[in-house]
Ligand binder design. Sequence first.
Ligand code: ADP
Ligand code: MG
Length: 874
Amino acid sequence: MSNLTPMMKQYKEIKEKYKDSILFFRLGDFYEMFFDDAIIASKELEIALTQRDAGGNEKAPMCGVPYHVSEVYVSKLVEKGYKVAICEQLEDPSIAKGIVKRDVIKVVTPGTITDMNVLDEKSNNFLVSIYFDNLGVGLSYVDSSTGEMYTTENLGTTNDLYDYVLDELGKIFPTEIICNEKFAENKKVMNIIENRINPYITIYDSDLTSNIDWTIKITNHFNVNSTKNLGLTGRMYSILSTGKLLDYLYDTQKDSLKHISNLEFYNSAEYMIIDINTRTNLEIHETIMNREKKGSLIWILDKTSTAMGGRLLKKWLEQPLLNIKEIVKRQQIVELFVNDIITMDKVKDCLRKIYDLERLISKISYGNCNARDLYSLKISLDRLPELKELLIQSKNEIFIELGMKIDSLSDICELIENSIVDNPPISVKEGNLIKEGYNEELDDLKKANIEGKQWLANLESKEIQKTGIKNLKIGFNKKSGYYFEVTKSNFDLVPNYFIRKQTLTNSERYYTNELKEIELQILGAEEKMIEMEYNIFQDVRLKVKAQTNRIQRLSKQIAKIDVLNSLAQVAYKNNYVKPKLNNRGIIEIIEGRHPVIEETLSDSVFVPNDTLLDNKDSLLQIITGPNMAGKSTYMRQVAIITLMAQIGSFVPAKEANIGIVDRIFTRIGASDNLSQGESTFMVEMHEVANIMKNASKNSLIILDEVGRGTSTYDGLSIAWAIIEHIATNIKAKTLFATHYHELTELEDKLEGIKNLTILVEEKGDEVIFLRKIIEGSTNKSYGIEVAKLAGIDEKITNRANEILFQIEQNRKLTNSNKKSQSNHQFDFIDYKKNYFLDKINKLNIQKITPIEAINILYELTEEASKLKERTQNE
Ligand code: ADP
Ligand code: MG
């Protein structure tokens, strides 16, 4: 180190403090990276890796990016999961004595990015802070791009707390997490977080744990007298996680945090809880198969017109309500729109022209905005009077109230309208930002500038006459200023008061004293003008910034109107109905449909089905039926309709009366979690354990083929016991689809259990799916028929039918001979039967490739012929 050049020494000192970040080190017009940072960045950014003398004999690997385009590169690295520390020159290099002072002014992290070019406009970008100990946990999170900040806390046993955090994280889906060491100790939970959410995680145990008064930190930032004003009385864990979050923000963002001016405490018990598995299984935000938005619930529901509306809809889907009054308030507005589609469409058209106000005001508040952002804000605000008018003239009380609440911010609108030109340039340092008539001094300067230009024109024609050089022209460039240009053929006409400035191949450039004088005036005025425009722009920005709270409040109102309007659009277009709501635990749906499947079916119509679940006779329904009949669809449909009802949406049904549900649990399909190092069955049992532990009598449970991951009798026994437990102890409304026909016996054994089945019609050896749910049960799986439908060769399916027949014969044989058979023989047949059932049951026809199918069938026929041989021999 001692041999390092002074600059490298400075670099290493700064880098030491930002070890986990890539350091962008400002050198003149470039940000340079050195050593390992350079190696990583050159690869990730695809830029050239060079090197530089570091002093002594050391060579430092180096790469760099021009400072004026650095934002793109920073965003790229952050998107790839790195943190970037921006180190600036803190003094003017031309006047600095010795080495220029430098320091980090900001650390850009995945959770604090504000660049609108890389953020998904309809998603929040959350940074979560977790403070955890054995008694409780606090969770606080912020979106720096919108200025929202929330906090919540929970007390309980360690395991419950971890479950709680996972549920919350599944909802928040942060891009970055800071947590204390204690929380990170649980490797299993950390693993789940990494696998399911994949945020950037920092263990952040600042040395301030004990003595720093977090409360002061919080009250200072939010500018309140006490944490009471923020609803944090007695919320020790929330105070800790919020304090840490602020600490980290100040550490990384330094001081541009003014727009984060509100902290909202919420209690997650006020909302329906949907754990992360259920969220995935119900395909709320993306499909399981391709992880695409297309085919998910939000794909159907999101017809919002603004970015903040899109984000709010997401939030509503993450936190369905429990309070009927609150839900009804939303329903009422949706209904008003549905009943007045002209207003509905007009409001939508109006909203469409409104930009992302939340992110705009954050940018304006941050200071990294340009005149175009102010102009975008103005264009958005221009729509408000119209929106207000639309709602107010509707003559409906609720609409009028909604309209009256809108602050149309005419003062801000006027300010920008009067000061900023239409369609201003991106740069704020080249003038042309400010409208004429806004500032007298600026206008005078501009006039002088225009006059100067006129003088130039006059001077030009005067000199043409005087010298007789017909093509004499006054030109300008940044480096040498104004000049007369004389072409070769006229050199002999140049008078002696022309002073030579520059010689080109075909011409010469001159100036005169008079030209010089005008130049001084013009350039001086121009420089002054640009500076003045910039200052006026900053002044307008600060005036707008002072109204941040009002604009944030307005964004919230716009977002809400947008979401309700979107729900109405969807309800109208898809023919949904307003559900009734009850607290009596009854879920009654007449002609319910699955909102996504009904949209995606191309060559058939969706068959609606009825549902009746209650706390007594119809508590738990066991659904048997062939593969592909529609069991899973039906169960998800019930869950999704319930969820939609509780966010205030209309639902796809003819009629519905939904009993408020505190949680929805699902265990659907055998999705393979081998990537997490656990077998499918283990994962399945994990999820079931979670359900058994957390479900209440107000929950809705969807269990789809639970027990399939193990051998038949194991699985059957587990499923049996689970049903018994739910029906007698938990008493949660439950739908249970299964292949274990034996489970249908439970209907007669326990109260509250009902058997349902899905109708199919057999025509010859074909099956036709009727998709109609009826009371009753079936014991046929039609697996081979489905295989045939899926396109497996008839030779193979015929053979499979033969095998099935043999197995059934064998079963009859073993059953009738059970007592007389030797143990050995019995065990073998039984073992084989298990083998076949298992193989066939585990087939996932939708996911399987033809090759895989043939391999499995080949294996089955091999085993079958072995079995045949063996039974014939014996
Ligand atoms: P199962 O769980 O019984 O094997 P699924 O619920 O997965 O069957 O349904 C299989 C397919 O059948 C679905 O992907 C859908 O295309 C179609 N389907 C299901 N229910 C219906 C319905 N009610 N009306 C029309 N098509 C349906
Ligand atoms: Mg299914």
